[in-house]
Design a binder for this molecule. Structure first.
Ligand code: MF3
Ligand code: CO
Length: 255
């Protein structure tokens, strides 16, 4: 699919879609606690989106069976909520949510820590670096730059901290579809990438692993885990390209 440039009305709908996503993620982050099942989070997300006139975007997308993705510890993305998956002390809980609001999509994610984790823990560092990498990428999301400026900024933050970006999954354009061109990799690719134009909206989403970049998909067909089962984190914002400062449409997330 081609890159799309959003009109004023479309941008207004995407602001609202992403606001609903952000409010939902804030609610879910406040509910993350030892003993809570990921299915309970999924139910809350679906309920909150519908209450706000939006539809969960992931449910049924390519057959995905839930409204929310909840990926714990070595799970990178696309963890399927289940009443059998119960959050434990010290877990890294990555929550990814998207909605369709009147035909336009919002998509964002964050990782949080459950229970008691020491401030100097490697887990805290992993989350901090992944979030910093997202914001370094956003800083480059400006008209006139290229997608590769975002990619290289994300990768530089991650690798300078001796952590590893996932390469098999990437960020994406977003609009009237959840996934649009261009792809937004979290690493440098050879060749010239798409020029950024005002009116484009990009979902920038670094996935960062402790051990190596390598990942694999579990037999459920969805859950992406680190190949070495080391820890992973994920942060995502939907960002509007303008003539000036990037506008983070999902900026209401407390992360
Ligand atoms: N935020 C993820 C993405 O952008 C969510 C997709 S999960 C799926 O790809 F279930 F919808 F595939
Ligand atoms: Co996304």
């Amino acid at each position: 699919m081609a890159v799309t440039i959003k009109t004023g009305n479309e941008i207004a709908l995407m602001r609202r879609a992403n606001e609903i996503v952000a409010e939902t993620l804030n609610l879910l982050a406040s509910k993350v606690a030892v003993g809570v099942s990921t299915k309970e989070l999924d139910a809350l997300a679906e309920e909150w989106a519908k209450k706000n006139g939006a539809l969960p975007a992931f449910k049924g997308y390519r057959g995905y069976p839930a409204s929310l993705c909840v990926s714990i510890n070595e799970q990178v993305v696309h963890g399927i909520p289940s009443k059998k998956v119960v959050i434990r002390d010290g877990d890294i809980v990555s929550i990814d949510f998207g909605v369709n609001f009147r035909g336009f999509f919002g998509d964002a994610a964050l990782s949080v820590l459950a229970g008691k984790v020491a401030a100097d823990s490697a887990k805290v560092k992993l989350l901090t670096v992944t979030r910093d990498a997202l914001f370094a990428g956003i800083e480059q999301a400006r008209g006139g730059n290229r997608v590769s400026d975002i990619s290289e900024a994300v990768q530089a933050v991650v690798e300078s901290n001796r952590l590893h970006v996932v390469k098999q999954f990437v960020g994406h354009g977003i609009g009237a579809s959840l996934h649009e061109a261009p792809e937004v990799p979290n690493y440098k690719r050879p060749g010239r990438s798409q020029r950024l134009l005002p009116g484009m909206v990009l979902a920038i989403e670094p996935m960062v692993n402790v051990g190596t970049s390598e990942v694999e998909v579990l037999k459920d067909g969805w859950t992406v885990v680190t190949a070495d089962r080391s820890l992973s984190a994920h942060f995502e914002h939907s960002v509007l390209i303008t003539d000036g400062e990037p506008e983070v449409l999902s900026s209401a997330i407390v992360m």
